[in-house]
Design a protein around this ligand. Structure first.
Ligand code: S3P
Length: 429
């Protein structure tokens, strides 16, 4: 149990770890490149270490010097991954399992993918279906991991995503690298994060986007690359919210990825009245990056619909907290995907906030919150092993009257092992 006591302000200048989505992709594409790629600022966490271990098991070399920020990945070439003696363990990382499936679909050999209990309960037919359509042999276990993939020659497809998922989109685009001809086309119902497209282009692959259709052409090889991974907006988000809520706060977060497909939560907070400004805008590793300043202010309710959901899908638990203390009734709809995350995040968010006095109503595809502009009561939050719920518990605790005890708070290590110490470094109690 970790206890987060109420705070009187958050102040300072901080950096959050490298973006998790970009870190996974850099390790995966580095493993497929012809030669040595260099990654700086990789977000080290349980999830990205699962990816480093996976690509090592498949034959790539990853030099992770703990004293240096530089990671070298020696790739084995586009079709050079080899089946290890046993299964590849994806741990808790859904991104790893989905993206690597697209890659293994094009590799000669038979591969088995496993995950932890949470990952093994998440849906995998969503990737197996399109990859089978391309010609890969994929078996799921009743729609879940363990998966077995027998890769080989693939055909291009045009696939309309039934759910707006960057992971499914990326699995298909990565498989498209191995197709006998191009283009392989993915049609998105709503825009989702586009890190795969950006990084493929940087590695020399032809990728185009017209409207909501993304096309990728087969590649003969991938160029090794050098990338600086910008700060993870999803790790910045709890700090943005905390500093918006606690009066007297003033916080600057430096070098954060502000890719428009990721910063839905920033836009939603601004709509709610938050005082946030972006400055020092640059481009790092093909991604827009900025420093973010946030000053406390009072929030008002807002509504989120399906078109906005993918842009803040990992921040919706934090949105529930913002809504709880904003004036008026807020809601999110079209977010049934929350039920397929590390936990059923509609359920875990309701279970976390309702016992603290938050008036939250669950829908099949979202929730509604009747906000009261005052600190929460506090209490106990069970993370259920979900890193985003543990961080929600922390922000609820610092903007509460009595503090919050977080059960299984170590779950933050899935994406952000230093979360609690960074939080401690900016709060005044
Ligand atoms: C991710 C995409 C999102 C997100 C996950 C990371 C990615 O999943 O929830 O944390 O790196 O592509 P979906 O695109 O499946 O919603």
């Amino acid at each position: 149990m970790t206890f987060v006591a109420p705070v009187t302000s958050l102040r300072g200048d901080i950096r959050v770890p490298g973006d998790k989505s970009i870190s996974h992709r850099a390790l995966l594409l580095g493993a497929l490149a012809d030669g040595v790629s260099e990654i700086r600022g990789l977000g080290r966490s349980a999830d990205t270490m699962s990816t480093a271990d996976a690509v090592r098991a498949l034959g790539a070399t990853v030099e992770l010097d703990l004293d240096s920020d530089l990671i070298r990945v020696t790739g084995v070439g586009l079709r050079g991954l080899t089946p290890p003696a046993g299964p590849v363990d994806c741990g808790n990382a859904g991104t790893l399992m989905r993206l690597i499936s697209g890659i293994l679909a094009g590799q000669p050999g038979r591969f088995e993918l496993i995950g932890d209990e949470s990952l093994s309960s998440r849906p995998q037919e969503r990737i197996a279906l399109p990859l089978r359509e391309m010609g890969a042999q994929i078996e799921t276990t009743d729609g879940h991991a363990p998966l077995t993939i027998t890769g080989g020659p693939l055909q291009p497809i045009r696939y309309e995503l039934p759910v707006a998922s960057a992971q499914v989109k990326s699995a298909i685009l990565l498989a498209g690298l191995f197709a006998e001809e191009g283009p392989t086309i993915v049609v998105e119902p709503e825009a989702t994060r586009d890190h795969t497209e950006r990084m493929l282009r940087a590695a020399g692959v032809r990728v185009s986007k017209v409207g909501n259709e993304i096309s990728v052409w087969p590649a003969q090889s991938l160029k090794p690359f050098s990338i600086d991974v910008p700060g993870d907006f999803s790790s910045a988000a709890p700090f943005l919210l905390a500093a918006s809520l606690v009066p007297g706060s003033e916080l600057r977060l430096h070098g954060v990825d502000v890719n428009p497909t990721r910063i839905g939560f920033l836009n939603v907070l601004e709509r709610m009245g938050a005082r946030i400004s972006l400055y020092n805008r640059t481009v790092v590793g093909g991604e827009p990056v900025a420093d973010i300043e946030v000053v406390a202010s009072e929030l008002v309710a807002t509504q989120i619909d399906a078109s906005e959901v993918p842009l803040l899908v990992d921040e919706l638990p934090l949105f529930a907290m913002a809504a709880a203390v904003a004036r008026g009734t807020s809601s999110v709809r079209g977010a049934e995907e929350l039920r397929a995350k590390e936990t059923d995040r509609i359920d875990t968010v309701v279970q976390a906030l309702r016992p603290m006095g938050v008036r939250i109503t669950e829908f099949p595809d979202g929730f509604k919150v009747l906000g009261v502009p005052a600190r929460l009561r506090g209490g106990v939050v069970r993370s259920a092993g979900d890193h985003r719920i543990a961080m929600l518990g922390a922000i609820a605790g610092l903007y509460s009257k009595e503090g919050v005890r977080i059960e299984d708070a170590e779950a933050v290590g899935v994406s952000f092992p230093g979360f609690f110490s960074l939080l401690d470094s900016v709060v005044t109690r």
